[in-house]
Design a protein around this ligand. Structure first.
Ligand SMILES: C[S@@+](CC[C@H](N)C(=O)[O-])C[C@H]1O[C@@H](n2cnc3c(N)ncnc32)[C@H](O)[C@@H]1O
Length: 204
């Protein structure tokens, strides 16, 4: 397929996602909020479901768009989602959106800088999704490696960003993980051409 035709084709294939997610996509476009969009959102949903992840940690909530995709899967598994947002206004907005989508009982929005929360975190998680300031990815990696359960998934958005290069290189060299890096077109993602890292922790 020619590139423009392929992009149009894959944009036409994104799944129905209900009024709340569609409203958040519209608002994100109007307000220039970078969200994962429907194709990666759907992938997060599928990865959470297929990995049977009942304890999900998200770094970078914004308005709660990706959180809702994760929560949709977690609810199917009787699981929970913890998400961290350092901007208090965005965190409040995310709480309202998550409530509108019906997931407030299984999602906790923490209004805190994750780089401060991580060193004190005692919990472990079966899926961790990273989508914070890109310069902090490499800094948080060692703590994330520690708190991810065996067989757990670590997923990092924006792996195609220059600022994420050192994180990718460190992740690729991290012992005890099987890792895939993807680069391509993700319909509705901000930006639509980007990368994604997916790493699974081996059982030692
Ligand atoms: C790319 S947006 C998240 C988008 C969201 N994951 C989605 O797809 O709907 C990144 C968010 O992370 C927040 N953030 C950045 N660095 C952070 C940090 N160190 N701790 C907590 N939140 C952070 C920003 O305020 C911003 O709202």
């Amino acid at each position: 397929m020619e590139q423009a035709a392929a992009e149009e084709h894959f944009r036409s294939l994104v799944p129905d996602r209900g009024p709340v997610l569609e409203r958040l996509e519209k608002e994100a476009a109007e307000r220039d909020i970078p969200i994962v969009g429907p194709s990666l959102g759907n992938l997060l949903y599928l990865l959470t479901l297929t990995s049977m992840s009942q304890k999900v940690l998200e770094l970078g909530t914004a308005t709660g768009y990706s959180t809702i995709w994760l929560a949709k899967a977690a609810q199917n598994l009787q699981g929970r989602v913890h998400t961290y947002e350092r901007d208090a206004k965005l965190a409040e907005e995310a709480k309202r959106n998550i409530k509108d989508a019906g997931y407030h009982n299984i999602v906790t929005v923490h209004t805190e800088d994750i780089t401060e929360a991580l060193p004190k975190m005692a919990d472990s998680f079966s899926l961790i999704f990273v989508d914070i300031e890109k310069e902090a990815y490499a800094q948080v990696l060692p703590d994330l490696v520690d708190i991810l359960k065996p067989r757990g998934l670590l997923i990092a958005d924006n792996a195609g960003f220059e600022e994420v290069r050192s994180f990718n290189e460190r992740l690729a060299k991290t012992d005890g993980f099987d890792t895939a890096f993807l680069h391509g077109f993700f319909a509705g993602h901000s930006p639509e051409r980007d990368g994604l890292a997916i790493a699974r922790k081996r059982v030692s």
